[in-house]
Design a binder for this molecule. Structure first.
Ligand SMILES: Cc1cc2nc3c(=O)[nH]c(=O)nc-3n(C[C@H](O)[C@H](O)[C@H](O)COP(=O)(O)OP(=O)(O)OC[C@H]3O[C@@H](n4cnc5c(N)ncnc54)[C@H](O)[C@@H]3O)c2cc1C
Length: 378
């Protein structure tokens, strides 16, 4: 593994860092308070290509590899993990199109992202969370296409999406073998948004239900064959989990830097708290764990890119370890800052709330541990 960045990687990661420092971080607390994404910021993200990170070169994109996407996501997350999630959700929704889409389907989808369109990945339902195979949203085959009926919940970007990557069941009896993926235009008749979540963290990203009510979609919206959905979902999540790991590393890094800065300013007992060994110990553990998480995320990306047979194991380990690290580091960062760490005037309590979702979405960390134990033991 080569840890030196290419000139192109340096340029793009630098651009993301610049946007995070100048445009995202100054707006992060007010977006967090209102729970509404800043329109001007979204425009900047679109114009700079941050919402189209996964578009291949042949479809007019930058053709970034997974490691570069992860590094960019880490930088964006240092500014605000909610904003990084908005951009990452577009990549997540892209992966099924990349895995199973025809050239025509890819063109339609990526043209949309290139023009500043947004997308969402709609798998979860009220009765199908960790158990993705339990999807009951129905895709009933009719002349020329399918009729969709059902409700998706907790879908990131749903309220602002132009394209929906939808998992529905083509079998009346349900089950994994009927799971099928569709790439559907948001403005198709019969699609509406349901309840929008009022969330603990990543409040820059809008999360809501999507309701399909006798919604006809042509057969050309189906990605791959009927029944391929479960495999496509697993392959997609395997690719995207290191990106969740990278966002977690970004959160941990931001909390860590904030805590170090504070430790150098704050005086108690006539000296800077940075000089107390117990504070130094907290910082030492935060730095070490953040760096270890970053290394695991980079290795997981590299294994995905090289098609290593242990890629799935590393993907799960990177998401699980990095998000647990983000939770631990952000909690410790609040501790380093004492009462000020607990105040909403300071970003550290936000980092802590943002870190929590990293342990839940794209497969809870309990589910990651099932994958890890399975791969390690059998
Ligand atoms: C803010 C947010 C954004 C999201 N964005 C998206 C999105 O864009 N698209 C999308 O499709 N989904 C999205 N989700 C859904 C998310 O992926 C699910 O919430 C997650 O997979 C867990 O499912 P669940 O909430 O139904 O929990 P459950 O599956 O009900 O789990 C509850 C608890 O039981 C544990 N558990 C469940 N099964 C097992 C098992 N077999 N062994 C051990 N423990 C187990 C879990 O680890 C957890 O602790 C989002 C969720 C949130 C909160």
């Amino acid at each position: 593994m080569d840890f030196n960045l290419t000139d192109k990687q340096k340029e793009l990661v630098g651009l993301a860092r610049d946007i995070a420092q100048k445009e995202i971080a100054p707006r992060a607390l007010s977006i967090d308070k209102s729970g509404v994404m800043d329109e001007e910021l979204l425009r900047i993200l679109k114009q700079s290509g941050m919402t189209a990170l996964s578009v291949p070169k042949e479809f007019g994109g930058a053709g970034l590899d997974l490691l570069t996407i992860a590094m960019i996501s880490e930088e964006l997350a240092k500014g605000c993990a909610g904003v990084a999630t908005v951009c990452a959700a577009n990549s997540l929704a892209s992966f099924p199109v990349l895995i199973a889409g025809s050239d025509e389907q890819k063109k339609s989808y990526f043209d949309c992202l290139n023009e500043g369109g947004m997308s969402c990945f709609a798998l979860t339902e009220p009765g199908a969370g960790s158990d993705a195979g339990a999807v009951s949203c129905r895709a009933k085959k009719v002349d020329g296409g399918y009729v969709l009926n059902g409700t998706k919940c907790f879908i990131t970007n749903a309220p602002i999406a132009d394209k929906i990557t939808l998992f529905a069941n083509t079998r009346e009896s349900g089950g994994i073998r009927g799971l099928t993926v569709f790439s559907v235009d948001r403005n198709t008749k019969g699609i509406s948004m349901g309840k929008e979540e009022d969330k603990m963290g990543i409040r820059a990203s809008a999360t809501s239900e999507i309701i399909f009510d006798d919604c006809f979609v042509p057969a050309s919206t189906r990605l791959g064959r009927e029944g391929m959905g479960f495999r496509i979902a697993m392959e997609t999540l395997e690719k995207s989990r290191p990106v969740v790991g990278a966002i977690s590393v970004g959160i941990a890094q931001a909390a860590l830097e904030n805590a170090i800065h504070y430790a150098h300013q704050r005086k108690q007992f006539g000296q800077k708290i940075a000089s107390f060994e117990m504070v130094q110990q907290m910082i030492a553990d935060m730095v070490t764990k953040t760096e270890a998480a970053r290394a695991l995320v980079y290795k997981a990306c590299w294994m995905q890119m090289t098609g290593d047979k242990k890629a799935s194991l590393f993907s799960a380990m990177s998401k699980c370890f990095a998000s647990d690290t983000a939770m631990e580091v952000t909690t410790t960062a609040v501790q380093v800052m004492g009462g000020n760490g607990y105040s909403r005037e300071n970003p550290n309590e936000k980092y802590m709330r943002d870190a929590k979702i990293m342990q839940i979405y794209e497969g809870t960390n309990q589910v990651q541990r099932l994958v890890i134990a399975n791969a390690a033991m059998y």
